[in-house]
Design a protein around this ligand. Structure first.
Ligand code: PBG
Length: 326
């Protein structure tokens, strides 16, 4: 018997038929930044091509993405007001809460809205939780996260996504949502979130860089692989509906492990630094932006992700629609 692997590569039809990774625009989530006020369309210098919007202009941005086939969004708040306790995270008229209401009023059931649950955008010190003696107090933070999640659910969020990495937050938020009458609001847990330098451009976009120290006491050490499995299994046991690995392209091994051990869908977040690297290299004429977008997106799904959160979601949807990938 002659083994001829190239038979499966001989023309476009057989290559398409033999593809081992299939993509769909229904698996894409597009992150958007929401500010207070109105009429905001502020370019984000660290993330060329992305903008901060207010609730009204957010609807226009969402509509453009929906025309390109993406109808799921992850909202991050960029509030004008910050304090030690991050109280803006659960303000009834906070940027995210207003943004969700506007999207739901405009698009109803045609749109799916996920909201980030974290304190770092709302605290004056930029840490993801409440400080006690200069360190993040895990249990005091849980109360705030739960309040934020409930206020987002009240605004109409379909799913909340805690990104803080406090211990026990998924179970705590689940109980708070259930007892507030939001048993059907889902939780996507940032389960394996590494203490990564790839978040640099986001911190400028969201104004959430820590004023002192770093996030190493709560985010994961990127030397560790099996620890991700521990976090993922804990979050599933606490009630996570979807688990996430973040960042994506330097963490394909972790995504692959997650796909094997998880009995809930696995999401990967291709973060701001991944986006900014591609933009910068393409801007210099060093790489073909579109081809790199396609190749990196496919690699993340090939590793085992079932959901991709990406600032390139509309471009990826376009490549799927044209048959270039997927
Ligand atoms: C908030 C949060 C961060 C990101 C998502 N949620 C920043 C951080 O942890 O410092 C990063 C997303 C990105 O880089 O695109 N905790």
């Amino acid at each position: 018997m002659t083994q001829r692997p190239r038979r499966l590569r001989s023309n476009a039809h057989i290559r398409a038929l033999a593809r081992q990774t299939r993509l769909s625009a229904s698996a894409l989530v597009y992150p958007l930044f929401v500010r207070d006020g109105g009429g905001v369309r502020e370019p984000i210098p660290s993330m060329e091509g992305q903008r901060r919007y207010s609730a009204d202009t957010l609807c226009e941005a969402a509509e453009r993405a929906m025309e390109r086939g993406v109808n799921k969004f992850l909202l991050f708040g960029v509030p004008d007001y910050k304090d030690e306790a991050g109280s803006g995270a659960y303000a009834k008229d906070g940027a995210v809460q207003r943004g969700v209401r506007a999207l739901k009023a405009r698009f109803g059931g045609d749109i799916y809205v996920i909201t980030d649950v974290c304190m770092c955008e709302y605290t004056s010190h930029g840490h993801c939780g409440i400080l006690r003696a200069g360190a993040v107090d895990n249990d005091a933070t849980l109360e705030c996260l739960a309040r934020a999640a409930v206020s987002q659910a009240e605004a109409g969020a379909d799913m909340v996504a805690p990104s803080d990495m406090m211990d026990g937050r998924v179970g705590f938020i689940r109980r708070a949502l259930d007892s507030a009458g939001f048993a059907d609001t889902l939780i996507m847990a940032y389960s394996a979130k590494y203490a990564s330098a790839f978040y640099g451009p986001f911190r400028e976009a969201a104004g959430s860089a820590p004023a002192f120290g770093d996030r190493k006491s709560y985010q994961m050490d990127w030397h560790n692989r099996k620890e991700a499995a521990k976090e993922i299994l804990l979050d599933i046991a606490e009630g996570a509906d979807i688990v996430m690995v973040k960042p994506a392209i330097s963490y394909l091994d972790v995504i692959s492990d997650a796909a094997r051990i998880s009995n809930v869908p696995v999401a990967a977040y291709s973060v701001s630094g991944e986006y900014a690297m591609i933009k910068a290299a393409a801007g210099q004429g060093l790489i073909d932006e579109h081809k790199i977008i396609c190749e990196t997106a496919v690699s993340i799904f090939r590793a085992g992700a079932e959901i991709l959160i990406s600032y390139y979601a509309p471009e990826i949807a376009g490549a799927i629609a044209s048959g270039e990938i997927g």
